[in-house]
Design a protein around this ligand. Structure first.
Ligand code: NAD
Length: 477
């Protein structure tokens, strides 16, 4: 078991002002994997004070300095990649091969993309009467969930540092370890003291103190819609900017004429990846009713390729869910789906006996789902796919948009032009066409109750900026 005893505040490892600790449980074994400090409100005060104190100097640094530090952090992550992978596998059960590639290498590469984008901060637009410049928004609180813990941190920390902001970071209770390693990496760089501060702790205990603090200029929150609402409420009295990246229930329209085998494979794999714990997972597959039987057969065959197993084995493609609590939530949804009359094609509750201690769930597919069922409306956040038949494409688009969420969507059609035409009608922040995948250069974020912010790419950088107009009297010198 690993024991982490300190928080990282103002460029130093410090003991928490309180005496509480948090246990990090390995969801594959149900054993305690690590313990970390649980920060209290006094720690929050100290971290925000440090971030505020560091802001003027850091935001005034030339872009080259910020770029060099971002790249130095990425170099440090690369050098300690194995440790980062181990932390993620041990705390949230992601299979090692996926953790190496998607969770860690992808995060390092994505951080570097913000070093490339940082010079955008120096650009200004000149008009007849005024000049428009972008400046760092200020002190930012960055709150993250547990499903892609390092990637989500890079999607916030990268643009915050590139823009010249200072930060207080709070990882999810379940997955604080990669953030602690990152703090150690940052400690070896020339990042000025106070720019990066890390509090491990419980959102319901310190979240309000972080989000309501008058010295915080922006909160960037990724997590559930319920917690996102509380964050916005806490932030409202001080009128700070809140960037919300929330839940989803994303539709995937397979249009008539699409390559059915390729489309169904793509859709099933998308949902099973990371044990279904991906906010943008395409969990509602809309298929032509006339092709339902064919779709069901392909979907079952592809699901059979995803077998839960020990995440430490190289060959494993599906680990446990991130916690036993998450497992019980997902099992309750499966029961609900059966009760609502959907057809259980495969999965459900079964896992092999030797895995019984872990938070595993077999790949689960429901067919004949109607869009008013709970399993079609609520985010399950597990390896559960719903197949919904439709009669014509306009009905498919209406069903796709009939959700309180709007994070992602996808279309597979006969060709790109047909897919784009349908994609333009879907009310979601991203639309994956013809089997496309997440790309950290493209803006990502939600419509409706999936959030109001954009992460990644130039839009992701702009979230961390204020726009200033310098108005000039052209008659004066
Ligand atoms: P969660 O909302 O329970 O927790 C997320 C974070 O919020 C944690 O760090 C938690 O400690 C903190 N938190 C909880 N209550 C808080 C409060 N009152 N104030 C401040 N912080 C608080 O979510 P989760 O279970 O960790 O993550 C799963 C959810 O995240 C899913 O709904 C998923 O769709 C969503 N998600 C969204 C995106 C996106 O980019 N839109 C990405 C990944 C995950």
């Amino acid at each position: 078991m690993k024991t982490f005893e300190q928080l990282y505040i103002d460029g130093n490892w410090v003991t928490s002002q309180g005496d509480q600790t948090l246990e990090v449980i390995n969801p594959a074994t149900a054993e305690v994997y690590a313990t970390v400090p649980s920060a209290n409100k006094q720690d929050v005060e100290l971290a925000i004070k440090a971030a505020k104190g560091a802001f003027d100097e850091w935001s005034a640094q030339p872009t080259e300095v910020r770029v060099a530090v971002i790249n130095a952090i990425a170099d440090g992550m690369q050098a300690r990649k194995d440790e980062l992978v181990e932390a993620i596998v041990g705390s949230m059960g992601c299979p090692i091969s996926i953790a190496e590639d998607l969770q860690v290498q992808g995060s390092i590469d994505a951080l570097r993309s913000f070093a490339v984008l940082a010079p955008e901060m120096d650009k200004q637009e000149t008009f007849d009467s005024h000049i428009v410049v972008n400046e760092a928004v200020g002190v930012c609180v960055l709150i993250n969930p547990w499903n892609y813990p390092l990637s989500q941190l890079m999607g916030k920390l990268g643009p915050a540092l590139a823009a010249g902001c200072t930060v207080v970071v709070k990882p999810a209770e379940q997955t604080p370890l990669q953030d602690l390693i990152l703090a150690d990496i940052i400690n070896q760089t020339t990042l000025p003291k106070g720019v990066f501060n890390l509090l491990t702790g419980v959102g319901s205990q310190i979240g309000e103190a972080l989000c309501s603090h008058p010295d915080v200029d922006m909160v960037s929150f990724t997590g559930s819609t319920q917690a996102g609402i509380k964050v916005a409420q806490a932030a409202a009295p001080t009128v700070k900017r809140v960037c919300q990246e929330l839940g989803g229930k994303s539709p995937f329209i397979i249009a008539p004429g699409a390559d059915l085998n390729a489309a169904v494979r793509y859709g099933v794999e998308d949902v099973m990846l990371n044990s279904g714990q991906t906010c943008s997972a395409l969990t509602r597959m809309l298929v032509p009713a006339a092709q339902l039987a064919e779709v069901e057969k392909v979907a079952k065959d592809v699901a059979a390729e995803w077998q839960p197993n020990d995440p430490m084995l190289e060959a494993t493609n599906m680990g446990p869910l991130s916690s036993h609590l998450q497992q019980s939530r997902v099992l309750a949804y499966i029961e609900k789906g059966i009760g609502e009359g959907a057809t259980l094609l495969c999965g459900g509750t079964s896992v092999a006996n030797e895995l019984i201690k872990g938070a595993y769930i077999a790949p689960t597919i429901f067919s004949n789902v109607s869009n008013d069922m709970t399993i079609a409306q609520e985010e399950i956040f597990g390896p559960v796919l719903c197949i919904l038949p439709y009669d014509d494409i306009e009905q498919a688009i209406a069903i796709a948009n009939d959700t309180p969420f709007g994070l992602a969507s996808a279309v597979y059609a006969a060709d790109n032009a047909a897919a784009i035409k349908i994609g333009r009608k879907l009310r979601a922040g991203q639309c994956y066409l013809q089997g496309a995948y997440f790309n950290s250069d493209a803006p990502f974020g939600g419509y409706k109750q999936s959030g109001n912010g954009r992460e990644w790419g130039l839009d992701g950088l702009k979230e961390y900026t204020e726009t200033k107009a310098l108005l000039i009297d052209t008659e004066a010198k």
